[in-house]
Design a protein around this ligand. Sequence first.
Ligand code: NCD
Length: 310
Amino acid sequence: MGLRHKDLVSINQLTGDEITLILDMAESFREISERLIKKVPTLRGRTIVTLFFEPSTRTRTSFELAAKRLSADTVNISKSTSAIVKGESIKDTAQTIEAMASDMVVIRHSASGSAALLARYMECSVVNAGDGSHEHPTQALLDLLTIRQEFGTLNGLKVAIVGDILHSRVARSNILALKKMGSEVIVIGPPTLIPKGIDSLGVKVSYDLDPVLPEVDILYLLRIQLERQGESLFPSIREYASLFGINKKRLQMAKPDLIVMHPGPINRGVEIAPDVADMRQAVITAQVANGVAVRMAVLYLLLGGVRDDE
Ligand code: NCD
């Protein structure tokens, strides 16, 4: 079984079975990263171009490592090195890359819909590594893998996503993915950071964290995306931290096996206290490690590699 689409732009393109396939495949790829020689020939001779028009450490590195561990050739184009700064459109960039016979483009861009647009223009596979406040599907997949490793299932869990839901592509992709796999999602934050109509995605909404905290299995914290906020949407960072920031005292109200997740980059002292970020219950490093495995699985399944390493 493979994936039905040539691209991964949105979680909506995947069925529950396809999500399970990606997670199972990722699980089998994890072991490669633990070897001394972290490389298999699976995607030898394939070319993957990563186009990152927004700053990124972990997502870009993790796509690049995933491609390299599968022996694909990679080229990275960032905003400053691309002809976009010279006025070239996405369509022309797509044609240029396609003319050089690349097999896949991974794109991160500040405009929502940019990945879908690129996918329309290109015959090769396009993977969305975050488009504006729309989606970030591989982040949701690596989060699902992390949750499944902790709880053994994705069904019937209660997940609270806390913070700047309005500007978060991570929240959107996670909501779609978690709902698809049978978990319950509640979004929590100040009213100005919760988009109107979010309940149409089948989530509950709360403007108050403390009453909900004792019921949840997973606390998924988000960064306040100040770079996306044109105006001030809440009184102060300090007030946000006191109402929604997670510290050890607040965690006393939670279930003992609660896990704390964060897509990074974390802002210690704002959404997460420094001592919580370093607690055993915080699985942030596991998320990062799973990012490489999940991206290996996505590249492999979209490019139809042959597993001759077994
Ligand atoms: C997120 C992103 O870029 O959307 N980070 C990530 O991919 N690891 C979240 C964020 O920037 O806060």
